[in-house]
Design a binder for this molecule. Sequence first.
Ligand SMILES: [Zn+2]
Length: 189
Amino acid sequence: MTTILALDIAGNPFRWLTPERAAYYQAANKVAWEIGEKVLVLRGGMNRLTGERSVIEIAPVIALAKSEGMAQWAQVALPLGHRNDLLFARDRHICAYCGERIERGQATRDHIMPRARGGRDVWENVVTAHRSCNERKGCRTPGEAGYELVYVPYAPCRSETFLLSGRNILFDQMVYLASRLPSHSRARN
Ligand SMILES: [Zn+2]
């Protein structure tokens, strides 16, 4: 299903919208500005006088009016939580310890500084690792285990988490989100 990328008035991405929800904003004149070729043509009810159906076209990226209050909130990176799918996507499904690509179902979340030793469950302390590499490392730091990190973990900015969310992203949406990535983001290449 096509989804519409909603921005706050400052251009920060904050939500994917269903076509119906986006059409509601459009019809209510709540779209402040938009980007990209119109992608959706929704047909509403039949006009009894003219016999014509109403049509709403929607751009793939829309900024919502009166959303100033969203800006500050929308710049905060999403917490890691239980979302291994985002973590694995951030790390391109590459094991941080052996550098090999990981087969589906073999990826684990490894805490660089183990949790048992005070390591926190945050983006900057976790990497994607093979189950076997993770177990071999055990309750040691990479240095103690003789491992070198193949890449550096980081907290994805909100634009990157939108890119990584695995949806069927439209070209204009991808270009918009990619233009907002910081230089350290692996999603840039
Ligand atoms: Zn590995």
